[in-house]
Design a protein around this ligand. Sequence first.
Ligand code: ARG
Length: 412
Amino acid sequence: MDNTNIEELTKKAEAFIELLYAELDKSEEKTENRLISVREQINNLGSYHHTEEELVHGARMAWRHNSRCIGRLFWDKLEVIDARQAENEDQIAEALLQHVERANNGGRIRPVLTVFRSGEDESQRIRVWNHQLIRYAGYPSVDGSVRSGDPASDQFTRVCQQLGWQGTGGNYDVLPLVVGIGDGEPRLFPIPTDLIQEVHLSHPEIERFSELQLRWYSVPIISDMQLEIGGILYTAAPFNGWYMETEIGSRNLGDTGRYNLLPEVAELMGLDRSTNTTLWKDRALLELNRAVLHSFKQAGVSIVDHHTAADQFVRFQQQEEERGREVSSRWSWLIPPMSPSATPIWHDQSLKELDLSPQFLYQSPAYQGWLEALDGPLKSADSELISSCDSDSMETTTVSLPEMACPFHHKM
Ligand code: ARG
């Protein structure tokens, strides 16, 4: 590491330790001693090691700081699993499977983050290649055949197939875990079926709804972002909360670029699709979202509706204000993708985005170079796909289209 990097890391480390130790009410003496030891480690090793306490609270702060997450009221309940000792792919996969189990918790979803060793040494850098630990494969149409599965996974599915994985070609094939260290060949780990918790969708009134045979998995575990704490980058730090119903009902199942199910749902409901003015899309969306809430509830799997989540977000804002902290917020991500103007977030003109640390950051897909070696440089359509997978974040919806502009920016 050169001197500027050392200096920068030292600055970030100091800022983090000071912030954290103040939040935790530590004495000045303790803070000073820790600062001395951190500076010493950085000077000698070019890096420093977080204590368990720093890691746990740092990860929670990263959640609290995430401007795109509506679910942050529960930031200090995040359970942090320290897996920095995991050395090889087998041990990493083992920890990932444990994460799945711990998060699922038989339906009472627990917010969990598992953190692996930090990524200073590139040759030892850990990456989880999956976007989420559990996600459905996507199979594009070949020669005019009908496509299947989740279009958001098309590219990663091809990576898995190249690595020797075979799916059924169906709509809900759960992808295997893919773990890579440095530029070593990545390794595949199928997820044992008894660890995969899914919910089959039915509707509280529309009996025939279950004929659509829709389902979704119970817990979204984002696994491709990096966690930055005090200047240290953890390139593998999968985390999860529980679902808000619109993520599944409006976006994953409803988006035209995803499962695109509004026409089918409308058909089942006998709606007139010949004109926009019947609002058939809106009616189908509503019932799809009701089905998600109803089915999760019936299956005993935690989920939150968007009105409750928005109210909880307002409580989070109040709580933070009482504690004298500013909240970083991105309006276009916080408004839910159904009836947004019926939530208080829509009307809040005070939201602004701040540059806060600790934080969750995007990183380019772990398979990018690997795919390019296979196919040559990715075409622009491909890289767009890549950057859209990249634009997912904690506790809110996947934006797979160019991001919606915030009207306030234009009004002001
Ligand atoms: N929107 C993503 C999905 O539908 C999940 C993002 C994280 N969401 C959450 N509730 N923690 O799969």
